[in-house]
Write a protein that binds this ligand. Structure first.
Ligand code: KIV
Length: 261
């Protein structure tokens, strides 16, 4: 069943929600109707486009991939990331989010940041753009913070994250992603708000989990974060298949009589 904002909100405390990223129709079709949500994350700028961080992703790039994902996942709630620099004030944010909604079938957008995004999230949601918040470790701060820094390490930091979550909820976000925080912080956040909290690198106490598909299926070999569980060795499967194909061609075993016209 395709989720709606109402069914998503009712799920809190009832069952764990599942989310996975996708960047194209091929994989979106495999994930369709299996998970509760598909996120077209700006992580595509790293794993799909081969860049070092997410910061150079553009709105047109996100729209291109979101269209493809929506073509593949017709029965799943699709969320699109707003890339760096596309929501630095509420007027820029509404222009870019409207473009995403007009040009794709995404059901919601996601923006990074806590209290500082209050006005922007409020303005978007008041103008019929459904928003998912994203707090904790913010990948779009990679350059300004000099790397990926785990958050919520002491009581003050936990309280500040809880304030972020409450501000994002009060502004109108219907769900919050919390990334890269100590598990006590994620638990406190999840208990403090009425909207579902989806964790990534945030422990087991959130209302659900999200993983980047290429990490969890072992296709992104450059770096494996500690929180990722690898469910498949995708890179090995592909490389083994490729070696077999090369060998078959070189040894005239492909194509066979059954594979010709
Ligand atoms: O871009 C992305 O894939 C994300 C997830 C890590 C939550 O934002």
């Amino acid at each position: 069943m395709k989720q709606t904002i109402t069914t998503i909100q009712k799920a809190k405390g009832q069952r764990k929600l599942t989310m996975i990223t996708a960047y194209d129709a091929l994989f979106a079709r495999l994930f369709d109707e299996e998970v509760d949500f598909i996120l077209v994350g700006d992580s595509l700028n790293m794993s799909f486009a081969g860049n070092n961080d997410t910061l150079s992703a553009t709105i047109d790039q996100m729209i291109y991939h979101t269209k493809a994902v929506c073509n593949g996942a017709k029965n799943t709630f699709v969320i699109t990331d707003m890339p760096f620099g596309t929501y630095y004030d509420k007027n820029i944010a509404i222009q870019n989010a409207t473009k995403v909604f007009q040009e794709t079938n995404a059901s919601a957008i996601k923006i990074e940041g806590g209290k500082e995004q209050f006005e922007t999230i409020k303005y978007l949601t008041q103008n019929s753009i459904a928003v998912v918040g994203h707090i904790g470790l913010l990948p779009q701060n990679f350059r300004s913070e000099g790397g990926y820094k785990i958050k919520g390490k002491d009581q003050d930091a936990i309280e500040s994250l809880v304030e972020d979550a409450k501000a994002v909820e009060e502004a109108g976000a219907f769900m919050i992603i919390v990334e890269g925080v100590k598990s006590q912080a994620a638990k406190a956040i999840t208990e403090a708000v009425n909207v579902p909290v989806i964790g990534i690198g945030a422990g087991v106490d959130t209302d659900g989990q999200v993983l980047v598909w290429s990490d969890m299926f072992g296709f992104f070999e450059e770096f494996k974060p500690k929180f990722v569980r690898q469910y498949l060795n995708g890179a090995k499967l592909i490389k083994d298949g490729l070696k077999q194909y090369i060998s078959d061609v070189q040894n005239k075993k492909f194509p066979s009589d059954d594979e010709i016209y």
